[in-house]
Write a protein that binds this ligand. Structure first.
Ligand code: ZN
Length: 389
């Protein structure tokens, strides 16, 4: 055996980010210790990271990070190439450092601040609805880098429903937990129950799953992107193709029908105010009252793993529900509320890992999305009854 073949018998530890959603800045690899953190790129310092480890089979590797870049349940781990994720657990982390014992056959283990979600995850989710007559997969627009950004419409092709609902997620590309919430909402609309049936008969949905699609696929932070991020692009002179297309197409599609609009986000990584589900109300008394109506039904009818209480609504001008009128232009939900037919427009902030002491993961987050769909049915049924009076 030559020296060379001895050397190649041990695989080289490699940190990779060359896949959709990949993001990391490797500071050093020293034996079995990797010092690593988020790559901010053109965004303000933030906490999104998502990397694959290869060549570590049978080894125990220690990862050293800034504690601010790890959430309340430790890092997310995927052993199936980013299809499914689990939390490693907060006990596995000490001062931002965690170790992982790679199984002998492990070839591609992924670690992330959250549970990354890119277009391939969405495609996998939609595959089960492939031939569903109410599901229409379209293209919103081509992105700045030429990717066709998905648009999903849900509705009965045979008739025009009386209500319109717009849903957007990933205005800030790294806010991946919002995508599981969106999956739950879609499941609720397509569910084979009374409310699902009512929604499909009475409502059409205009859904933008990746409002910053280049950012999602390339693994950008997106939040605080320079010169401004997608959720600060809803004023005059919008620069991002997805935002321009939403502003152009959504009002035309709604064509005056009563419109509900939810823009789904994740907040900062941890801290009391960020470990609670937040529905942010609009600036007018009418918008606030509409969100209270909605949240009342959510509180009454929820069946999922989280308990939302209507008194948790973050009123406009309180907490982080503020818009600096002299600074950035309006946000997505603020723009929607300026449409004359918008009866309810709100931003949803769904935590990364912990919501009111409950674990946030893909399935628990979907359960809240399904609750949101239920409440939407109740809210619009009430509107429908009021209109008949
Ligand atoms: Zn956000």
């Amino acid at each position: 055996m030559s020296l060379l073949s001895v050397a190649t018998a041990f695989s080289e530890l490699a940190i990779e980010t060359n896949f959709p959603g990949g993001n990391a800045r490797v500071e050093s690899v020293d034996g079995d210790t990797v010092t690593i953190g988020p790559d901010n790129r053109d965004s303000k310092p933030w906490f999104y990271w998502n990397f694959a480890v290869k060549g570590a089979a049978g080894r125990t590797v220690t990862f050293v990070m800034n504690p601010m870049h790890i959430g309340t349940r430790g890092p997310g781990v995927s052993t199936d190439g980013g299809v499914t994720w689990k939390w490693l657990g907060v006990d596995a982390v000490k001062d931002g450092t965690f170790s992982y014992a790679f199984p002998p056959e492990a070839d591609d283990i992924r670690f992330s601040v959250g549970m990354p979600y890119v277009k391939s995850n969405f495609d996998r989710f939609l595959a089960s609805y492939q031939d569903h007559p109410f599901v229409h997969q379209e293209v919103l627009t081509n992105t700045g880098k030429g990717r066709p950004a998905p648009l999903l419409r849900l509705g009965d092709p045979k008739q025009k429903a009386p209500y319109a609902v717009g849903l957007t997620a990933r205005m800030h590309s790294s806010e991946m937990m919002g995508s599981y919430l969106l999956e739950g909402l879609i499941q609720g609309v397509l569910a084979d129950d009374e409310r699902g049936k009512w929604l499909r008969k009475n409502v059409e949905f205009f859904i933008v799953p990746f409002a910053d699609f280049d950012g999602v696929e390339e693994g950008d932070q997106g939040k605080g992107r320079s010169p401004h991020d997608h959720n600060r692009d809803f004023g005059d002179g919008s620069i991002y193709p997805e935002v321009i297309a939403i502003k152009d197409r959504l009002p035309a599609w709604a064509s005056g029908r009563p419109l509900v609009f939810f823009d789904i986000h994740d907040p900062a990584l941890k801290g009391d105010v960020f470990e609670v589900i937040q529905l942010l109300s609009g600036e007018t008394p009418g918008q606030e009252a509409a969100l209270v109506d909605y949240a009342t039904l959510l509180e009454r009818d929820q069946q999922g793993e989280f308990l939302y209480r209507k008194n948790m609504i973050m009123k406009f001008g309180t907490g982080y529900n503020k818009i600096d009128v002299e600074g950035p232009p309006p946000i997505a939900s603020g723009w929607a509320r300026t449409l004359p037919n918008c009866i309810l427009g709100a931003t949803i902030e769904f935590p990364y890992a912990t919501a009111g002491n409950m674990e946030v993961n893909a399935e628990s987050t979907r359960s809240f999305g399904r609750d949101m769909a239920w409440a939407l049915a109740g809210f619009l049924q009430k509107k429908s009854q009021e209109e008949k009076k």
